[in-house]
Design a protein around this ligand. Sequence first.
Ligand code: ADP
Length: 567
Amino acid sequence: SVLQLMTESVAEMVGFEVAALSVVLDDQLVTMAYRGPEELRDYLSQPDPVSVLEPIRREAQVWGRFRFLAEEDQRDELLGHWAVTSERQDLGPDAWRPRDVLMAFLTDDAGALVAMLSVDKPSSGLRPDPVVRDLLERYAAQTERAVLTAFERESLVAQVAHAETARRLIRSAAMPTHVSLEAVLRQTHRPLVEGFDASGSWIQVLDPRSGGCGYARSRDGEAVPLPEQLVHLARRLAPQLWDQQRVLEVDMRTGAPTATDPIMAEARLAMADLRLATALAVPLGAGTECVGFLVLTRRHEDPAWSSVEVESALQIGHDLGAALLTARALERERTLVLELQQLDDHRSGLVATLSHELRTPLAVISGNLEMMDDLDLDPAAAPYLQAMGRGTRRMHRVVDDLLLLTRVSDPRHPLERRPVDLRSVILDVVTLVESQATVKDVVLRSETWPGPMIVAGDAEELDRLVANLVSNAVKYTPPGGAVSVGLRRRGDEVVLEVADTGLGISEDDQVGLFRPFFRTSNPVALREQGTGLGLAIVATITERHRGSVDVRSELHRGTTFTVALPA
Ligand code: ADP
């Protein structure tokens, strides 16, 4: 509407029946504003290639911004391009001729053509005299400014929209917590080059530990090799720029290498090597930490970076910086988990081998001890033999428990699920432990629901789970106490409960209860023989069966272990 107003003003104020303004878009002249008879409007609505202006450039008289091509100077090639607006009449030398052409070339600061303003049919009927030409020139200058402002506004709007899109995409690419560093780099390349209309992008991740990595791609996604010296430069430059919260623009087309700024000089050298016209170097970071460096490039035919682009590049430096930091932290965590897993594998391997190795000599020792029982030895030797027997049995228990714990903890030894009736498991265990309880004067009761209670799992492992809990309960309950084993349904779970009226476990001790080799600090409990592996085995087996284990206990009152397994 601004351009329409300008065009109308030229027509009215200077005195032309026809005025038209065409702008250059993709090498085409597209009419944007028109004032004149309706029948000519249609004619003008067809875009013309800019090349139609060539004869005018070549042959017309130059009147400031305007070119005037008199009818009598025209060659035939012009006919057909320009509208003939009036009938030929016999006229004086100053009279405006039907095929006279008068148009202004409106250009930008660099001299590139941006629009044409043409006028026709002066109301005076005369070709413009110097006074009219002067007036025309002034209107042309104003129109030129209006056109340039309109263009700038349009491209500004487009740039803002582009940069905003890039920012949004980068945010979404970077935020999910599961993405890897590689994925962040891969996913942000496209929005970056498209949003900034760049010929390529390069992200250098700076990592003091691993040394970082670089990801440089051309607009079409092809990998760009990075000279080592450029990476060095990025390492030095990025933290400085981040400190100053500044984006560095290097344009080879303007300015000269400044000797006073060695970094700038170095950057220009590197760019000359890569035949780049202009680059935008953006530090990436979060808080006080600079985590990387982003470079966007453009080629010689591309425009310089606008202030909107520079501003949003710095914003992106923050978004991308935060994303890289998250990705880097996740990567480190992943590496750490992997290392821990390897360490754990190594540990279980060691424990398993050791236990196996101990088994054979242990068997030899116990076998020989048994045989010595049958010998006619000095009675004084008996207590020694008994002590050796007790020690050997204890070692057997430790080795067996260790082997079991390693086996159920081994991810390469998956659980083989079969239907197991927990009722019969409990019945077997109770039968086995009953004699110990009776000897200790502890009442052992079991309350199970009638009918089977089936879980999917390994019968032998479940047997060990129940056995460990029940024997612990008997072991840590003084004479006169009671142990009860209950089994019930709770929703889609089967719940096993082993409750005793024994020593109880202090709150502090409850924290480490399920760790291997943990034994409570209670001296009364420590009098009992144990390996500290029983509850670790219970927890591991429960976990393998996708269940949960829970303990409720009060010192001197008793303890209840609850294991819930999917029915
Ligand atoms: P241990 O072989 O020592 O019994 P566990 O892993 O089975 O190893 O148990 C770890 C520790 O937890 C035991 O040393 C004991 O102090 C405590 N504990 C386990 N069960 C009970 C219980 N029912 N009552 C009191 N303390 C218990």
